[in-house]
Design a protein around this ligand. Structure first.
Ligand SMILES: N[C@H](CCC[C@H](N)C(=O)O)C(=O)O
Length: 277
């Protein structure tokens, strides 16, 4: 039995979405996720997204990075599944219950409240996360924010002058970050505008990172560099991030369905099967 999928993206950050809400699928493990995500031997994506029934929300969203690691949050994918659902959705994730609402200006998602304490990022030892006394070459004095998943943010003059292919993996896997880290390099261009590039934990340099945009906007607001509503422009395009007075982060931006297809689970080391739930 072939497995159907929907290929989607948020500003070029792309996903394979598998829907097990009505029909059970063979178990997806990190090996199958990374095989499907492989752009040379698989279908190719930054993250594999698995939708399942949920007792807490309208459905559950599981997120696997291209390296197979299962993680807590994915902003762009949350908008994508919000588009797929077609109406307001309460989405259960490892990082908490998120609310996605389709609107005429794209999909808005309440991404939860940021966390700043060193052991909530997490870091390997106590440190002032607002201005961290660490650096990697020209990337110094970062701020760390957890928005369901962990991010470190460096403010630079030109994000496109940073050697992300070298510094990204170096920082991502530094022992300071016991769960690894998403690496953000950003420039503030106005009180309501920033540019951003992200080396993603478990996925590398992506065209966009929703949680990276959220974490970076919050970091800039914490440092007084921007107002509480800011447009963050990534290589794939802009996202609008607002830090509401109640502490909730609200991200608004586009989501796109690219195409639908199917694959043979045997081609990805998955057991056959899958029955009606
Ligand atoms: N690489 C991230 C997950 C995907 C985040 C990104 N695709 C987004 O849109 O938020 C992590 O390991 O935490």
């Amino acid at each position: 039995m072939r497995i159907e999928f929907t290929k989607m993206h948020g500003l070029g950050n792309d996903f394979i979405v598998l829907d097990a809400r009505e029909r059970a699928l063979p178990p997806i493990d990190s090996a199958a996720a990374s095989a499907l995500a492989d752009r040379h031997t698989g279908i190719g994506c930054d993250q594999l997204i698995l939708l399942e029934p949920s007792s807490e929300g309208d459905f559950r969203m599981r997120i696997f990075n291209a390296d197979g690691s299962e993680v807590e949050a994915c902003g762009n994918a949350t908008r994508a599944v919000g588009l797929l659902h077609g109406q307001p959705a309460r989405i259960e994730t490892l990082g908490g219950l998120l609310h996605a609402s389709p609107s005429d200006s794209g999909i808005s998602v309440e991404m939860g409240k940021p966390r700043f304490d060193w052991d909530r990022i997490p870091l390997a030892y106590a440190m002032d996360t607002h201005s961290m006394p660490v650096g990697w070459d020209e990337l110094t004095d970062p701020i760390a924010v957890n928005v369901g998943n962990p991010h470190v943010i460096f403010f630079v003059a030109d994000p496109y002058a940073v050697e992300m292919d070298r510094l990204g993996p170096l920082i991502e896997t530094d022992p300071l970050f016991p769960e690894r880290i998403n690496v953000n390099v950003a420039a503030v261009t106005a009180r309501d505008a920033m540019t951003l590039r992200v080396w993603e934990r478990g996925a590398g340099l992506t065209r966009a990172c929703g949680t990276g945009a959220c974490a970076t906007a919050i970091g800039a607001m914490k440092r007084g560099l921007v107002d509480r509503r800011v447009t963050v422009t990534l290589p794939g395009g802009p996202l609008v991030i607002e830090w509401r007075e109640d502490g909730e982060i609200v991200m608004t931006g586009p989501a796109t369905e690219s195409f639908r297809g199917s694959f043979d689970p045997a081609d990805y080391g998955m057991p056959a099967g899958g029955t009606k739930v």
